[in-house]
Design a protein around this ligand. Structure first.
Ligand SMILES: CC(C)(COP(=O)(O)OP(=O)(O)OC[C@H]1O[C@@H](n2cnc3c(N)ncnc32)[C@H](O)[C@@H]1OP(=O)(O)O)[C@@H](O)C(=O)NCCC(=O)NCCS
Length: 175
């Protein structure tokens, strides 16, 4: 599926490819730029994360996200289910990073990436059990971006947010 942005650009999301040029990517957060340029390939080869790239028709990188398996510790689990309700770690998935090139922010690409990630996780949930999707927001603005899609912050950390798999399916499962 592709997105036609407000600027009439066609964008498609594809699995990570080493051949795509990543060194000019700038999203306004140097950590996220450095990660896609220097570490995404290695992380992909090691099976640590899976990265998906938002590309234009000309294979220009305009955004990306990365996902990995995760586990809630007991404090975070208490924040989701209530104190003392869970005695073992809770299986989860993490959207570790998500970024859009600064030249094309505000054109819907960030939402397109997030919905793609969440729908892909719904597919994963058919074969692997996990109860929660977690995102790590890089700052307060990013945390607002995720809250708009239904994520809730864990207690005591507004940059660490979750969505239960039940909520995920209710909100993002397509017919
Ligand atoms: C946050 C980010 C991914 C959003 O991507 P984007 O393509 O600009 O966002 P979209 O155009 O899809 O906007 C979606 C909605 O979120 C809102 N939004 C976007 N960025 C926002 C921000 N920083 N704070 C609050 N709301 C934001 C938009 O206003 C828009 O609302 P609307 O649908 O009512 O118009 C992008 O700005 C970015 O890469 N920022 C730097 C890196 C970053 O913060 N990553 C976040 C995860 S670590």
């Amino acid at each position: 599926m592709s997105l036609i942005t407000g600027g009439s650009m066609s964008v498609e999301i594809v699995p990570f490819r080493r051949s795509i040029r990543r060194d000019g990517f700038r999203c306004g957060k140097p950590d996220l730029d450095e990660w896609i340029e220097r570490y995404a390939g290695q992380s992909e080869r090691n099976d640590t994360t899976r990265t998906f790239l938002a590309l234009t028709d000309d294979d220009e990188l305009v955004g990306y996200y990365a996902t990995k398996a995760y586990e809630l510790d007991l404090d975070d689990a208490a924040s989701v289910y209530g104190v003392g309700r869970r005695r073992y770690p809770v299986p989860a998935m993490l959207i570790a990073r998500l970024a859009v090139h600064e030249d094309v922010q505000g054109q819907g690409i960030g939402s397109f990436l997030l919905v793609d990630a969440l729908q892909r996780l719904i597919e994963v949930s058919r074969s692997i059990g996990f109860e929660v999707v977690v995102v790590d927001a890089i700052d307060r603005d990013a945390s607002v971006f995720y809250r708009r899609s239904g994520f809730t912050a864990f207690e005591d950390d507004e940059l660490h947010l979750f969505l239960t798999t039940k909520q995920l399916k209710l909100t993002f499962e397509t017919a």
